[in-house]
Design a protein around this ligand. Structure first.
Ligand code: HEM
Length: 385
């Protein structure tokens, strides 16, 4: 058999490439385009913590087409205020979650899209308060449909995507300008959080992109974690594991944010390899969380392992250090609450439609259909008839 070209294999099947390359290579492997990819937990956390200032400050969340949105105190303010707003919002809507779940679980629902829509619809009024213009809310619905759902981008031509991007930017910039004019005492939604944190010198285009990061996080990241949790429950032997363990095990095996890149500020060594400012050092939560030096039986779905793991040292699905996701805890709790409602009420059957995950900037589960047989007489089953 001809030898495979690593660059080609990584681009075609990145996860398979990592699964095959790491056992032979140790803690670090070079990817195409001068990216050094890490699977060691300590080295990875050192990079993300950046305690010695060996890397340029980075944040995937605040990266926009215009560069990194900043300065850092504004990022920090947005992170804190967004977490506080979401916490208050979710607490106030705790009782509405059951209805959101029931609405999403139509018979034979198609996933992971159903999980994205469930999370998006439950969080939509935190992204944009209900008194926002209908047209703006429809634009954000269209963003989820055309840019967040797994495989969404491939369903549209290059030209159609470019036109859509143009329309979205125009609509969001107009919304930012309107909010600026109106002014906000207390943020009513995440758009207010973004607009009120930055001064008038910051371009509306940049604020629009930061707001988009919230749409991707709420509908995409949270929805995919739910999708993975349901998929893993439905494709493994039945388990009595706590929903919290299932969510953590899903995040361990399939971290939605699977590559976190940092640019070295100067030449130094990481995991025994010399890197320069021309390289990129990429922390790979997927590889760290499947590293057999850190985890027993790392590729198996074993949610019960979390009964005894108290402070996992090699668990970084929300990053590490100063840029750790501010919504980590509340996102996990939200997915747990949804799972509890699904598993508590129904026996679930997953019918896979595909065998491979969707690997882009986010890691999404393969498509599957979900059938639910009710445990209770008063709740109808959700099977396709
Ligand atoms: C399960 C869902 C989520 C996952 C897996 C996730 C993952 C991450 C990761 C890995 C980072 C660090 C990125 C880096 O180091 O460059 C991050 C940062 C961030 N996330 Fe999340 N996230 C999720 C949900 C959310 C939600 C719902 C929000 C909305 C409040 C949010 C807001 C942020 C913000 C503001 C940052 C930037 C923090 C900073 O740079 O200081 N995330 N997220």
């Amino acid at each position: 058999m001809a030898e495979r070209e690593p660059a080609v294999l990584f681009e075609r099947e990145p996860l398979r490439f990592l699964d095959e390359a790491f056992p032979a290579a140790g803690d670090a492997i070079w990817l195409p385009q001068r990216q050094l990819c890490l699977s060691d937990a300590t080295a990875s956390k050192n990079v993300l913590a950046n305690g010695e200032g060996l890397y340029q400050d980075h944040s995937d969340f605040f990266r926009t087409r215009h560069g990194t949105f900043g300065p850092r105190p504004v990022q920090v303010r947005i992170s804190r205020e967004s977490r506080a707003l979401l916490r208050t919002y979710l607490d106030a809507r705790k009782d509405a979650l059951e209805e959101s779940v029931r609405r999403a679980l139509v018979p034979g629902s198609e996933w992971p899209d159903a999980g994205n829509w469930l999370m998006y619809r439950h969080l939509a009024a935190a992204l944009l308060s209900p008194d926002s213009p209908a047209r703006l809310r429809q634009t954000v619905d269209a963003i989820v449909e055309r840019a967040v759902l797994a495989g969404a981008r491939e369903r549209h031509s290059f030209l159609s995507r470019a036109l859509f991007r143009f329309r979205v930017e125009r609509e969001l910039v107009r919304a930012v300008e309107q909010r600026r004019k109106r002014g906000t005492a207390e943020p009513a939604d995440l758009l207010d959080v973004v607009v009120s944190a930055a001064g008038p010198e910051v371009a509306a285009e940049e604020l629009a992109e930061v707001f988009l990061s919230f749409v991707f996080a709420a509908a995409g990241s949270v929805g995919f974690v739910l999708g993975w949790s349901v998929y893993l429950l439905g494709t493994n032997p039945p388990t009595d594991a706590e929903p919290a363990w299932v969510v953590k095990e899903a995040l361990r095996l399939w971290p939605v944010a699977w590559l976190l890149g940092s640019r070295p500020a100067k030449r130094h060594e990481v995991a025994g390899v010399s890197v320069t400012p021309e390289d990129e050092v990429v922390v790979c939560p997927y590889a760290v969380q499947r590293n057999p030096r850190h985890w027993e039986d790392p590729s198996s779905f074993r949610p019960e392992r979390w009964a005894s793991v108290k402070n996992a040292q090699a668990f970084i699905p929300f990053g590490w250090g100063p840029h750790t996701c501010p919504a980590a805890l509340l996102s996990m709790e939200l997915v747990e609450d949804v799972l509890r409602l699904i598993v508590g009420g129904y026996r679930l059957t997953v019918t896979p439609r595909e065998t491979r995950p969707h690997v882009t900037a986010a890691l999404a589960p393969p498509r599957f259909a979900l059938s639910l047989v009710s445990h209770r007489r008063d709740i109808p089953s959700m099977e396709r008839r």
